[in-house]
Design a protein around this ligand. Structure first.
Ligand code: NDP
Length: 320
């Protein structure tokens, strides 16, 4: 496993991280979840991403149990706040001070740790003054409950405003967590330049487009048994990619991956890591073998000629 600095901060993360959205506490039984975490640790992954809202808090609890007994200093644990996780009272969501502080304390208990390495705003909250949000984050940092602050899917303008306030409040605001893959390149024109200016690194999610960039979903064919597309909640998310025009192009990437000596999943993970502003790619897995396969993308350098061929195949279907 190779490691990278998270933006311009002093925090080092494994360039492939493990995340447990839709799997822990939901699609995957606890024993299998623990096996995936073990496979991640065995492969040298040190960075683990979750959120209070995943499986309505159960994902944090499962991860906390799976990591119990590990040396805390050898791990980077990331979680997030924004959406409600229980009763939807007036203060049970968003980035107001009350919800942030209460959610952080509850996440720490579930994760069985005194601090998280990066506490992330899962989305931007237009209904709360940004000063209030940043002040609440600053307080968590001062209390040692969060070492650093990050955000997820913020726009370039939101990142720039957040960074200005963070400087004023002396809060280490170091990362953004956006969707990024060969099929979804929305962050390239604005979010990445703004992040570079402000010293943020990207921790990107769904690098293999939720399994689609493994090539296992075939055009015109039923979805494979046991895949996310057969899971009650997962199918709503992966479903957007299951169009024959997309799946046909994905099949055309398979020989390109083979030429590079990689599986298509490995090519997809390696592809996001070619961007220098990407500090880590968060992979999900429903079985340990997927982790073992996908982590082999760490350290792979892709030739410019291969990148050009990928662009040519995906040309009019990639979302930019
Ligand atoms: P991926 O794109 O890595 O998709 C993971 C899924 O693809 C697996 O659960 C598995 O699903 C399938 N898969 C993975 N590897 C293989 C393989 N080698 N062969 C066949 N199938 C494979 O990422 P996710 O979409 O799971 O997201 C990763 C993490 O990113 C999340 O856990 C979370 O931490 C974070 N995230 C953050 C968001 C945010 O808003 N900040 C939003 C979404 C994710 P299956 O076997 O069931 O088909």
């Amino acid at each position: 496993m190779e490691f990278r600095r998270l933006g311009r901060s002093g925090l080092t993360v494994s360039e492939i991280s493990y995340g447990n959205w839709l799997t822990h506490g939901s699609q995957v039984e606890e024993e299998q979840a623990a096996a995936c975490v073990r496979a991640a640790l065995d492969a040298g992954i040190t960075t683990f991403d979750t959120a209070d809202v995943y499986a309505n808090t159960a994902a944090e609890s499962v991860l906390g149990r799976a990591l119990a007994g590990q040396r805390r200093e050898s791990l980077e644990i990331l979680t997030k706040v924004f959406w409600p996780t229980g009763p939807k009272g007036p203060n049970d969501q968003g980035l107001g001070r009350k919800h942030i502080i209460e959610s952080a304390n509850a996440s720490l208990k579930r994760l069985r740790t005194d601090y998280v390495d990066v506490y992330q705003a899962h989305r931007f909250d237009r209904t709360v003054p940004l000063e209030e949000t940043m002040l609440a984050f600053a307080e968590l940092v001062r209390q040692g409950k969060a070492l650093y602050i990050g955000v997820s899917e913020w726009t370039a303008e939101q990142i720039t405003r957040g960074a200005a306030l963070a400087r004023e409040l002396r809060v280490p605001f170091i990362s953004n967590q956006p969707q990024y893959s060969m099929l979804w390149r929305v962050i390239e024109p604005q979010v990445i330049p703004a992040s570079e200016r402000e010293g943020l690194g990207q921790i990107v999610f769904s690098p293999i487009a939720q399994g689609v960039l493994t090539g296992k979903y075939l055009p015109g064919q039923p979805v494979p048994d046991g895949s996310r597309a057969t899971d009650e909640s997962g199918k709503n998310f992966v479903g957007r990619w299951l169009r024959d025009d997309i799946l046909e192009r994905v099949q055309q990437l398979k020989p390109l991956a083979a030429e590079a000596g990689l599986s298509l999943a490995q090519l997809a993970v390696a592809w996001v890591l070619q961007n220098e502003n990407v500090s880590s790619a968060i992979i999900g897995a429903s079985r340990p073998e997927q982790v073992t396969e996908n982590v082999k993308a760490s350290g792979v350098v892709l030739e410019k000629s291969l990148l050009d061929k990928i662009d040519a195949v995906l040309d009019d279907i990639v979302v930019t």
